[in-house]
Design a protein around this ligand. Structure first.
Ligand SMILES: [Zn+2]
Length: 426
């Protein structure tokens, strides 16, 4: 991959990073992962509905990455990329050979590295793929796991605030909080359920059979309900930040907000995610705010989920392991950087590379590709002549060997049922 810079833009966000990590008062870290967030449905990413006042404020207080690409279009590999700094091909956490594969127990994660450097580690998560059997969240001193995959943002926030108020979380701390609510079904509690809803299709919270999904009234309804879930989740983040502020826990804390993948609304003939590598499923929010980060900064270069680990470590002045593929994106970001994504489980396996505004998607079977220019065609509707150089990069990425040994966690049958329940397999 051409990660070497032809043209580099120096971003002077941090002026004195190195003095923060090793000082007397070490900076706390809170990683907020919201499941299933299409960045284009947030106010700070220019959405026309007011879905995210709290997230917008967070972005205004720090740095917002305009073009963050998920390394995969569904939960398991996307989460693994956030915690390992690796692409989907390199961490190998995905679904193949009839199994979903968990993380190699030997692979370092953001949690295990921060724990080694003296951080107390706490995670509150709401999806099975972040449960202990998949290994992505291992290494936590305090672990709260809810696997009924329902709307639990309020309970999750309450629990974390209780942990803080009862001094169960010791500084310096690394806290992961994962909120599942925007994921299907779209059934936010009142009064959020009627916030954006218009007439027609009322009461539907799950997509019907795919053949029936072309009805524009249904698409509008499902989009409105999804947006309501975002606003509900945002309201709970508001409570979290207010509670932490009250306990004087925000001033010395780095906050990172990211999503594991996006969501699509029939733009390419599918709903949900895990079906393809178009931008609706890959474009996710990424926001960082903390001491020394210039408020109101917007970075437009392409970045990825796998940049979270190296960026947090560099910010804390902790060495980044050599095997990490992501980059410290509070430093220099090569303008010609190539961001890979891959892994589709419902329809066909695909891989893609994004370089500047050029994107190539390669479909493994049958062998075919699509090329788009996202600057001219953000909806990926007008296929261009194949970009052969970028296509070579896609094939090179696809050939990368896995850096570790993924584990098989559950029987194929149980796993298939889980995926069916989440709508990944139809
Ligand atoms: Zn997810």
């Amino acid at each position: 991959m051409k990660y070497s810079a032809l043209c580099c833009l120096t971003i002077l966000i941090l002026l004195t990073v190195s003095c923060w990590g090793g000082g007397e008062q070490r900076i706390n870290v809170v990683l907020v992962i919201i499941d299933t967030v299409n960045a284009n449905h947030l106010g700070c990413y220019d959405y026309d509905r007011d879905t995210s006042p709290t997230i917008d404020s967070l972005a205004a207080s720090g740095v917002r990455f305009q073009n963050c690409q998920a390394q995969a279009p569904w939960t398991l590999p996307g989460m693994a990329s956030i915690f390992t700094g690796l692409s989907e091909r390199s961490h190998g956490c995905s679904h193949y050979d009839g199994f979903s594969h968990g993380l190699d127990p030997e692979m370092a994660t953001l949690t295990t590295i921060l724990k080694e450097h003296g951080y107390s580690t706490t995670a509150l998560v709401n999806v099975g793929y972040l449960g202990e059997s998949f290994g992505i969240t291992r290494g936590n001193d305090l672990f709260w796991f809810n696997d009924d995959e329902s709307d639990n943002a309020d309970l999750t926030v309450d629990t974390l605030l209780k942990y803080f108020s009862s001094n169960r979380v010791e500084a310096p701390f690394f806290v992961t909080i994962h909120l599942f609510d925007p994921h299907l079904p779209y059934d936010p509690p009142a009064p959020f359920d009627t916030l954006f809803r218009r007439s027609g299709a009322s009461g539907i919270t799950e997509w019907p059979a795919i053949e029936m999904c072309s009805d524009p009234v249904l698409i509008e309804h499902m989009t409105a309900m999804y947006d309501s879930e975002l606003r509900w989740t945002d309201s709970q983040l508001s409570r979290l930040f207010a509670g932490m502020r009250e306990m004087e826990l925000t001033d010395n804390t780095l906050f990172i907000l990211v999503a594991d993948h996006g969501e699509e609304f029939m733009q390419h003939g599918d709903w949900g995610h895990a079906h393809n590598l178009y931008q609706q499923a890959l474009h996710v929010p990424l926001i960082l705010t903390g001491p020394g980060i210039e408020p109101g900064t917007v970075i437009s270069q392409n970045v990825g989920q796998y940049d979270v680990l190296p960026t947090v470590l560099a910010y804390l002045d902790i060495p980044v392991p050599d095997h990490v593929e992501g980059l410290n994106i509070l430093g220099e970001i090569p303008a010609d950087r190539i961001i890979p994504s891959s892994g589709v489980i419902a329809d066909t396996t695909s891989a893609a590379c994004l370089q500047e505004s050029n994107k190539v998607i390669w479909f493994v079977e049958p062998d075919s590709s699509e090329t788009f220019n996202l600057a001219d065609d953000p909806g990926e509707l007008n296929m261009l002549t194949t970009d052969s150089l970028l296509m070579e990069e896609v094939l090179e990425y696809w050939a990368w060997p896995c850096l570790c040994t993924p584990t098989q966690n559950e029987s194929a049958l149980i796993e298939m049922r889980r995926l069916e329940g989440l709508g990944y397999i139809r």
